[in-house]
Design a protein around this ligand. Structure first.
Ligand code: ADP
Ligand code: MG
Length: 485
């Protein structure tokens, strides 16, 4: 029998681009010393009251709009009641039951292996993050700096069929969050966490009918997209084996976790006796109506996202699909590119230098493009030196490598090392004549049809000038001179 997988994602992403936390005036950042970035409410002290951060609601609504979701008439929050040491209030303020979420029933296009697909969104809601715990040999420590950081939870329908599709969607969402200025969406900082739901069903059955779906297995808190990929592949294989040996149909809904060490999913608990969170409306936050004007204002403020920038790079700047795709993959790269062209150098030149030398360096040393020594301005200056023929592009390449590794400004390197392209016709003609007088036999050979001797002669000029002659000029002047003789 052939089976197909159904995969649904719950993607948590912290909103990092607000000044303060979602219900408290503490700074929205959990950098720095543990337990310093907190207010009484983050610690669950009695008598404290939440105040909604308008900016966080705005960013959440923006995400809802980008996902083509329906926005609610009223914003309100709910309490999800449970006990855990990382949550001193004994409840999390969230938006769970309908119609509370900032967004419901949307759709999002994404590209997977060159093909456009559509993901169906069930809902996106705004909530507060919990504190973080660090586990040591004989004790655990809790850092409340993270408590109350605004968090978006995006829930998809079980619409994906493979790890590739799921991960492509997650990458698209990371890019959306970055470009829209909602979040840095950095998995390494723990800003993105995913729950992955996987089941399998017979391939021939209709997957739009939930009756045909298999038993949902939930894998909690996967921290990286690589982990999501591996966990899905592992789980599809495990469930397929269970189908084949006849144990699948007696399997209960369960929660598992992804174990990075054994590269397996490990049973945590059955979902059959799931906790009842006793949701009720958060009484300390009055529900408020969303005005049409505010919603329109938010919609109008959505900046161009990756797809739009990519179109512009291809249609207006004439870049290839391949290069445009590389440039928009990370917002920081696209921003670097755009700053560089703002200094008036050609888009194609900038794209070439970034996709070859700059990204080569960034990838090789696993750096962030906004942290490298060469700024967009320095790259633009270097490109200008090539444009006005002060140096050749070959020299520029060497200068750029040097600048990146030795952390010296490109223009300084050119100045200090006396690099200058020899581009004057008289000067080059001098070298042409010199080389021809040293190799008079080459003229006859060229005329007898051995035209590739030209490469050798130009090479001699380059050698004499230590690479500083303009090679194209040297070549055409050499050819003209031979034909004259
Ligand atoms: P819960 O309340 O247990 O979290 P939901 O029905 O809200 O369950 O679904 C949570 C996630 O599980 C969603 O992303 C949804 O798409 C996914 N899901 C639901 N049923 C299945 C299934 N049979 N197979 C795979 N994923 C599923
Ligand atoms: Mg769930």
């Amino acid at each position: 029998m052939k089976y197909k997988a159904l995969i649904g994602l719950e993607m948590h992403c912290e909103i990092s681009e607000t000044n303060t936390k979602v219900f408290s005036s503490a700074e929205n950042s959990y950098k720095g010393i543990a337990n310093t970035n907190i207010r009484p409410i983050d610690m669950g002290f009695p008598g404290t009251l939440p105040v909604v951060n308008k900016e966080a609601v705005k960013k959440a609504l923006m995400a809802s709009m980008i996902l083509n979701c329906k926005q609610p008439e009223y914003i309100y929050f709910e309490r999800k009641n449970y006990y855990y040491p990382d949550m001193p209030k004994n409840y999390q303020i969230t938006q769970e039951t309908k119609p509370a979420p900032v967004g419901s029933y949307g759709e999002m296009k994404y590209e997977c292996n060159g093909e456009m697909k559509v993901a169906k969104i069930n809902n996106i809601h705004l909530e507060e993050d919990a504190a973080s715990s660090d586990h040591y040999a004989s004790y655990s420590a809790i850092d409340y700096n993270r408590a109350g950081v605004p968090l978006l939870e995006l829930v998809t329908e079980p619409i994906f069929h493979s790890a590739d599709e799921a991960v492509s969607f997650l990458e698209t969402m990371r890019s959306v969050y970055q470009y829209a200025g909602i979040s840095e969406a950095d998995s390494k900082k723990g800003q993105i966490r995913c729950d992955v739901n996987v089941s399998i069903m017979e391939e021939s059955l209709d997957e739009t009918d939930p009756k045909n779906w298999g038993t949902k297995i939930e894998i909690k808190n996967v921290n990286s997209f690589g982990g999501v990929r591996d966990a899905i592949n592992y789980e599809i294989e495990r469930q397929t084996e269970a189908k084949e040996d006849g144990t699948y149909d007696s399997m209960e809904q369960q929660t598992r976790r992804w174990d990075e060490e054994s590269l397996t999913t490990i049973y945590m608990r059955s979902k059959v006796d799931a906790i009842d969170y006793k949701y009720f409306i958060e009484p300390n936050i009055p529900k408020f109506k969303l005005s049409k004007e505010w919603l329109e204002e938010i919609r109008a403020s959505i900046p161009p996202l990756a797809g739009e920038r990519k179109e512009k790079y291809m249609n207006e700047y004439g870049l290839s699909h391949y290069d445009a795709t590389i440039l928009v993959k990370e917002k920081s790269i696209s921003d670097y590119f755009e700053e560089c062209i703002s200094y008036g150098v050609s888009e194609k030149d900038v794209s070439n230098w970034i996709t070859s030398v700059i990204l080569g360096h960034v990838n090789k040393y696993e750096l962030e493009i906004d942290k490298i020594f060469v700024t967009p301005k320095m790259l633009a200056d270097l490109i200008q030196l090539v444009g006005n023929k002060t140096i050749s592009s070959k020299q520029a390449k060497e200068v750029l490598y040097k600048s990146l590794t030795e952390e010296r400004e490109p223009t300084k390197i050119v100045e200090e090392e006396g690099l200058k392209q020899i581009g004057g016709e008289d000067e080059i003609l001098g070298f042409v004549n010199e080389v021809l007088s040293e190799h008079p036999e080459a003229i006859d050979q060229y005329k007898a049809g051995k035209t590739n001797i030209l490469d050798f002669l130009v090479g001699q000029i380059m050698k004499k000038t230590r690479g500083q002659a303009n090679p194209a000029m040297a070549r055409s002047m050499m050819q003209a001179e031979i034909e004259k003789r």
